[in-house]
Design a protein around this ligand. Structure first.
Ligand SMILES: Nc1ncnc2c1ncn2[C@@H]1O[C@H](COP(=O)(O)OP(=O)(O)OP(=O)(O)O)[C@@H](O)[C@H]1O
Ligand SMILES: [Mg+2]
Length: 512
C-alpha cells in the first residue's frame, strides 16, 4: 500500500497547553482510518493542523501528502488538495437552504456569480449520492442533526474530496442515522475516497475502520491493524491500563418518593399541536431512572418543559418534589424547588463559551458565591477548583475559557454548573455524548455518588447499553407519550424497542 498522507512528529502548543507532543500518523490510500483517544488527547487539534485551520508555522513537524511536503496557510489550501474536514461542531448556516449551504463560498460560479438553477440541479445529484431525500431549497434548520450531517458530506463531495475527515460525525446521531452514515463512508471508500474518522463509539470503529491510531496526551501510542482491533485493546491504549468494567459498581439504596410528575401536557409553542401527552413518571431518593426513546420522541421536550417551562406551551399537569407541589414555572423557581437540568446541547443552553470555567460553574447559582452584593472572586475560584478536582476536568487552570476545552471537558463543566445548584433531582440529558470511555466511567461514578447521597437522577440517553447499565427503572417514550415502564430486571434492548414499535402500530402513526 502507498501512503496518501504522513504526518511526522507533529507538535502544537497553546498558551499553557501542549496539545500535541509528538504525533505520527500514516494514512494509506483508500483506507478508512480511525483516530481514538480520550477527551483532550489532541484528536481535533491534529485534524486542524492537517487541514490548515492551524497554518504552517504554527506547529512543528511535517505533513507529507501524495509525496509532497505541504505548507497550508489556511483551509482553502488544504481543500484545493482535496482534503475536506467536517468539524466536531457542524458549521451549516441554519436559515439558508441546503443548496445555499453547499454552494456558497464554493465557487461553482464563473466570475463570482452563482448559477442557482445549476447549483440546485447539482445539489439534487449530491443529495442522491448521500441518500438524502430533501429538496435543495429546504432550509437547513428544518433538518435534524442526522440529515445536517449528510448535507455536510454532500458539501464535501461538491468539492471533489480525496481525503474526508469526519470529527465525531455520529456523536449526536441516533442509532439508525449513524448506521446510514457509516454505510455512506463504506460506499465512498468503494469509490476510492480515503477517510479519517474520529469517534468515541468503539463498536462503530470496529465496523468501518481498516486501521486505528490511538493518541494519548498528544502522542501516538499505537496504530492497530484490523485484525488487532478490539474494543478492549483500543481502551487499553487510550487510557493506558485495562478497564474491566464499563459501569462502576453500585448498591442501590432506594428510598421514599422524591419527585412525581402526573398528567403532564404541553403544546407546541406556536402551533396547535400537542407535544407532550399526559406524561406521568417519578423518581425516588437514591434512584437512577432512565428515559429511553427515539430521536423526536419528546424526551428533551418533556425535561425542558418541566425545567422552568423552557419548552413549549404548558397546558396542564402536576409536579411534586418531596411530597409538596413544586413551582417549576420559571428556571429560577425550578432551581429553588430542587430541580436541575443538564442539557444535551452544551453549546446552546449550557455554557458561555467565551467565559472562563469559574464563571460557567457558578452561573446558575451566583448567590452561592456572592457575599452581600459583591461577587466573591476568590470564592468563585475555589468552587471551580473543587469541581475541577472532583470531576477531573482537564485544563491548565480554572481561568481557562471554556471554548478552549475539549468536548468532554466542556461537558464536565456543564455538569459542575448544575451540581453547584445543589439539586434534589437532576435530569441529565445525554450526559455522556461525545465523552470518552474513561470519562464516561467517571461521570457514571459521579451519578452513583449523587444517588448514594439520596438525590434522584433522571437520565435521558440514546445509548441503550448505557441506560441498561446504569438505571434502576426505565421509562420508554414515543411520540410525546410514556408508553411503558420497565424495572432493571425486565429491561432489555428488545423490550424497549418492542414497546416503541407496538405503540407506533397501535396508533397507526409512523415515527417522526
Ligand atoms: N484553541 C485552544 N486554546 C487552548 N487550548 C486548546 C485549544 N484547542 C484545544 N486546546 C487544548 O488542547 C488539548 C487537545 O484538545 P482537542 O480538542 O484536540 O482534544 P480531542 O482529542 O479532540 O478531545 P474530544 O474527544 O473531547 O473532542 C486539550 O487540552 C484542549 O483543552
Ligand atoms: Mg475533539
Amino acid at each position: 500500500m502507498t501512503a496518501l498522507l504522513e504526518m511526522r512528529g507533529i507538535g502544537k502548543s497553546f498558551p499553557g497547553v501542549r496539545a500535541l507532543n509528538r504525533v505520527d500518523l500514516r494514512i494509506e490510500q483508500g483506507e478508512i482510518h480511525a483516530i481514538c483517544g480520550e477527551n483532550g488527547a489532541g484528536k481535533s487539534t491534529l485534524m486542524k493542523v492537517l487541514s490548515g485551520v492551524y497554518p504552517h508555522g504554527s506547529y512543528e513537524g511535517d505533513i507529507v501528502y501524495e509525496g509532497r511536503t505541504m505548507a497550508f496557510k489556511g483551509i482553502r489550501d488544504s481543500e484545493a488538495e482535496g482534503i475536506i474536514i467536517i468539524h466536531q461542531e457542524l458549521a451549516l448556516v441554519p436559515l439558508l437552504s441546503i443548496a445555499e449551504n453547499i454552494f456558497l463560498g464554493n465557487e461553482v460560479a464563473k466570475s463570482g456569480i452563482i448559477n442557482w438553477p445549476l447549483a440546485f440541479q447539482k445539489t439534487e445529484e449530491l443529495l442522491a449520492k448521500v441518500g438524502l431525500k430533501e429538496a435543495p431549497g429546504t432550509p437547513v434548520e428544518k433538518l435534524g442533526v442526522g440529515k445536517q450531517q449528510l448535507v455536510e458530506i454532500a458539501k464535501a463531495l461538491a468539492k471533489h474530496v480525496k481525503l474526508l475527515i469526519l470529527d465525531e460525525p455520529t456523536a449526536a446521531l441516533q442509532e439508525n442515522d449513524s448506521q446510514k452514515l457509516l454505510d455512506l463512508m463504506l460506499e465512498l471508500k468503494a469509490q476510492g475516497v480515503t477517510s479519517i474518522i474520529i469517534s468515541h463509539k468503539l463498536n462503530e470503529i470496529r465496523r468501518v475502520a481498516d486501521r486505528v491510531t490511538v493518541i494519548r496526551d498528544g502522542s501516538t501510542v499505537s496504530t492497530l491493524n484490523r485484525d488487532e482491533v478490539t474494543e478492549e485493546r483500543i481502551i487499553r491504549d487510550m487510557v493506558g491500563r485495562d478497564m474491566e468494567n464499563r459501569y462502576p459498581h453500585r448498591e442501590p439504596q432506594i428510598g421514599e418518593m422524591l419527585m412525581e410528575v402526573k398528567g403532564w401536557n404541553v403544546g407546541h409553542a406556536d402551533q396547535p399541536r400537542q407535544m407532550i401527552k399526559d406524561c406521568s413518571f417519578n423518581v425516588r431518593r437514591g434512584e437512577i431512572v432512565g428515559i429511553a426513546g427515539l430521536m423526536g420522541s419528546g424526551r428533551t421536550e418533556l425535561a425542558m418543559s418541566l425545567f422552568g417551562r423552557s419548552y413549549g406551551r404548558f397546558q396542564s399537569g402536576e409536579a411534586t418534589i418531596e411530597g409538596k407541589p413544586a413551582d417549576l414555572s420559571t428556571v429560577s423557581r425550578a432551581i429553588d424547588a430542587g430541580l436541575a437540568y443538564v442539557t444535551e446541547d452544551r453549546k446552546v443552553l449550557g455554557l458561555i463559551l467565551d467565559e472562563p470555567i469559574t464563571r460557567n460553574v457558578t452561573l446558575a447559582n451566583l448567590a452561592g458565591v456572592a457575599s452581600g452584593w459583591v461577587l466573591g472572586k476568590g470564592r468563585e475560584h475555589s468552587v471551580a477548583e473543587d469541581y475541577r478536582k472532583a470531576l477531573k476536568i482537564r485544563t491548565p487552570g480554572v481561568h481557562q475559557r471554556v471554548v478552549n476545552l475539549s468536548g468532554g471537558n466542556q461537558q464536565k463543566v456543564v455538569l459542575s454548573k448544575w451540581l453547584f445548584t445543589d439539586p434534589q433531582v437532576l435530569i441529565l440529558d445525554e450526559p455522556t455524548r461525545g465523552i470518552d470511555v474513561g470519562a464516561k466511567y467517571e461521570i457514571y461514578a459521579i451519578m452513583n455518588d449523587l444517588a448514594a447521597q439520596g438525590r434522584g437522577i433522571v437520565m435521558i440517553s440514546s445509548e441503550m447499553p448505557e441506560l441498561l447499565g446504569m438505571c434502576d427503572r426505565i421509562f420508554v417514550m414515543n411520540e410525546g407519550k410514556i408508553v411503558g415502564e420497565l424495572s432493571r430486571q425486565e429491561a432489555s434492548q428488545e423490550r424497549i424497542m418492542s414497546l416503541i414499535i407496538r405503540d407506533g402500530n397501535e396508533n397507526g402513526e409512523k415515527a417522526a
